[in-house]
Design a binder for this molecule. Structure first.
Ligand SMILES: Cc1cc2nc3c(=O)[nH]c(=O)nc-3n(C[C@H](O)[C@H](O)[C@H](O)COP(=O)(O)O)c2cc1C
Length: 191
């Protein structure tokens, strides 16, 4: 069975983003073996001078290197993350920093960097409080994920989003979530 890594960067018990992601992951679970990496409270360290020094000496925590190898070997990646401070939660950025490992997720030669990942498609699921749509200049999460996909060689990026969640009535919020799930399930047919 092909492998899918689900990076769950949702941070609230009642997360709307997770409400969209859950049925999609359930559906994809019929065709993929799913490994979920939950970032809430995972405590990945920000990469600092000490960690860089260790890396220079070939020292990387084995569990991080193993996880990065599994990411590099995954056929598909799904990321669920709420829209925070015009991007995504720093737990996700810090996770990416720890997984962005030379010779595992990417490499370089004398002239350029290139990705080492097997993945061909990435699905990014999010909800936003304000009425900001995917690809608008104020939306700084998708451009980052797209750029990282380029660095790691993850293939095409698909986005499922719901907006204006903090300024809609409970009924409208629920219908936005249902719409996103419908669109997501449609997308999953060919994912
Ligand atoms: C710490 C924090 C930062 C946020 N920053 C933004 C923001 O910059 N722009 C925005 O549109 N919404 C922002 N929001 C609102 C969330 O994007 C919105 O409520 C979203 O639906 C939350 O997703 P969740 O239910 O999956 O946690 C923020 C919410 C939190 C808790």
């Amino acid at each position: 069975m092909k492998k899918l890594i689900f990076i769950d960067a949702t941070m609230r018990e009642e997360s709307r983003t997770r409400k969209i992601a859950r049925p999609l992951i359930e559906d994809l679970g019929k065709r993929y073996e799913i490994e979920t990496i939950s970032l809430d409270g995972a405590g990945f360290p920000a990469v600092d001078g000490k960690i860089l020094q260790d890396r220079d000496h070939g020292i990387v925590p084995e569990e991080f290197a193993d996880m990065a190898r599994r990411i590099a070997a995954a056929d598909r990646i799904v990321i669920a993350a709420p829209f925070w401070d015009m991007s995504f939660p720093s737990e996700l950025k810090v996770f990416f920093e720890n997984m962005s490992l030379f010779h595992i997720t990417f490499d370089s030669d004398d002239t350029h960097c290139y990705g080492l990942c097997r993945c061909e498609k990435v699905l990014y699921i999010t909800t936003r409080g304000m009425n900001i749509r995917t690809g608008e200049p104020l939306e700084q999460a998708t451009p980052y994920i797209r750029a990282l996909s380029y660095l790691w060689g993850l293939g095409d990026l698909y986005v499922i989003s719901a907006e204006n969640m903090d300024y809609s009535s409970p009924d409208v919020i629920e219908s936005k979530i249902s719409d996103a799930v419908r669109k997501g399930l449609e997308l999953c047919k060919d994912f």
